[in-house]
Design a protein around this ligand. Structure first.
Ligand code: SAH
Ligand code: SF4
Ligand code: F3S
Length: 487
């Protein structure tokens, strides 16, 4: 009987990629994925510490497993990733039934840790607790990086994340990432290029380069613009994206690369965090709102069709109503495709927690969150409506969320434009993984709706008349990693 693995992932794309690699390594040991904990032999949580809410979710899930562990003492429970990295004492106290606590730089050791936990019945710890030690761990893990990734482990085999750097040295005062992901280190360009070639050889068409501050990438004399040029002509690769950008490191060279390299998506996620200089200063973001606005203008001047998205934190320590209104102004003027808006969550272990009180009431944070969301939604609607009447190219990703709920009738598919706009349309499931053209006829703040252009133009058979009902089995994500629920 194959052993069964249950894996739940929260957090950012880094964690999604880590989970993919964990599943790949355990599959090679004979594990199969299961979608419930009930029949699992190994239960793993790949965790996030960026906000309290993300941690609470994991403690609730671990709490629910206490009784399960009494009835199935042979099952192994592991906490992986960012929470493991920082909170091993709390995990031991709050969830003594956990068998493995494994940090982000030690995931390659999991098969051994599982065996040791099973054989000895004792807690297995694998962590790097100081930044210097973390540097060596990660250097080793870069060296031993196993690029034999299993395409079936990704939500879509034709899309893949590629880590180009890890860690962060920016130390924004609210943020726990530098503490849990260690120092910023860039991978050698030749390793990245080899991985991209390998992924392309396995049928991958779209790659997303990952880094906490991806545009700070630097290896020797190679910057991100050089790396993009280097991997651009990889046969089989159709689209290249990169996330997430740090405003100060948005160089003209990088923008020229986005403009001049046709496979690079004209999409930039560049979190602003606040529109108020006093708040930005306390956040230690190292730029002013004037700098950010100039950077936005520069992005649009050099790459005229670029779509920009952002992140904002509301209710950071000392954020007055006046400061918040400045953030509203930036969101009104910024013409962002979309923004992710978060209520400030104070993180023990950060400078922000040490230096500043978490002094904005929860109701005020909620109200500011809603207000900002409404302003952004109006801006997103304007951005999206500008596509009505236009023809866009879409990489088809799969059935829409709606289609997953109602499997009867014509199948609603979803995909993304090069600028990362989500498009929903009716079509044949054969189109999943293809790049097709869609005429946009309607839009909401979140989605474009359109009609697929017929076969001749897109090089496939007539697709609208060919719509079919898809048995739900073909559209569930059985045996795939769960998608992240960002905390
Ligand atoms: N490396 C990325 C961000 C990583 S964390 C960057 O620098 O842009 C993703 C987002 O979570 C951040 O952009 C920020 O908006 C939010 N975030 C980080 N720490 C937070 C905290 N303590 N409370 C609320 N939101 C936070
Ligand atoms: Fe966190 Fe700032 Fe680093 Fe982004 S740049 S990961 S927000 S410390
Ligand atoms: Fe990502 Fe959360 Fe860790 S945002 S780096 S999984 S703290």
């Amino acid at each position: 009987m194959p052993k069964k693995l249950y894996l739940e992932t929260v957090g950012c794309q880094m964690n999604v990629l880590d989970s993919e690699l964990v599943v790949g390594s355990l599959r090679r040991q004979g594990y199969q994925l299961t979608e419930t904990t009930d029949d699992a032999d190994v239960i793993l949580f790949n965790t996030c510490s960026v906000r309290q809410h993300a941690e609470d979710k994991i403690y609730s899930a671990l709490g629910r497993l206490r009784f399960f562990k009494n009835t199935r003492p042979d099952a192994i429970i592991g906490v992986l990733g960012c929470m493991a990295q920082k909170d091993q004492e709390i995990i031991k106290k709050r969830a003594p039934h956990v068998d493995i606590i494994c940090g982000t730089g030690q995931l390659a050791q999991l098969p051994t840790l599982i065996t040791a936990a099973r054989e000895t019945g004792t807690l297995q710890l694998a962590l790097s607790l100081d930044r210097t030690e973390a540097r060596h761990e990660v250097e080793r893990s870069f060296e031993s990086y196993d690029p034999s990734r299993d395409p079936s482990m990704r939500p879509n085999p034709f899309q893949a994340f590629v880590r180009i750097m890890i860690g962060c040295d920016k130390f924004c005062t609210y943020c726990i990432v530098p503490a849990v992901r260690g120092p910023e280190q860039s991978r050698p360009p030749e390793h990245i290029a080899a991985e991209v070639r390998q992924l392309a050889g396995e049928g991958c068409k779209e790659i997303t380069l990952l880094g906490q501050t991806v545009n700070s990438y630097h290896h020797g004399s190679s910057a991100l613009s050089d790396l993009l040029a280097r991997i651009h002509d990889t046969p089989g690769i159709e689209r290249i994206k990169f996330i997430t950008n740090y405003p100060k490191d948005m160089t003209d060279d990088l923008l020229h690369a986005v403009r001049d390299l046709p496979k690079v998506s004209p999409y930039l996620h560049v979190p602003a965090q606040s529109g108020c200089n006093e708040v930005l200063k306390r956040m230690k973001r190292m730029y002013t709102v004037e700098f950010y606005r100039d950077m936005l203008a520069r992005c649009r001047e050099i790459v005229p069709d670029v779509a920009v998205s952002s992140d904002f934190i509301v209710g950071f320590s000392g954020e007055t109503e006046e400061s918040f209104q400045k953030t509203c102004d930036l969101v009104r003027d910024g013409k962002f495709k979309n923004s992710f808006i978060f209520k400030y969550s104070t993180r023990p272990g950060t400078k922000g927690h040490e230096l500043y009180a978490d002094d904005i009431a929860e109701e005020v944070k909620k109200r500011r969150n809603n207000d900002l969301l409404m302003i952004q939604n109006a801006a997103s609607l304007t951005d999206h409506r500008a596509f009505i009447g236009k023809r866009v190219e879409v990489l088809v990703e799969g059935p829409s969320k709606n289609a997953l709920k109602h499997a009867a009738g014509p199948l609603q598919l979803t995909g993304r434009t090069p600028s990362d706009h989500i498009v929903v349309f009716d079509g044949n499931p054969r189109l999943i993984g293809a790049s097709i053209e869609i005429d946009i006829v309607d839009a909401t703040s979140f989605t474009l709706f359109g009609n697929a252009v017929t076969g001749e133009r897109i090089g496939v058979d007539e697709i609208r008349e060919d719509c079919c009902e898809v048995p739900s089995a073909t559209i569930t994500k059985n045996d795939r990693i769960s998608l992240p629920l960002v905390g």
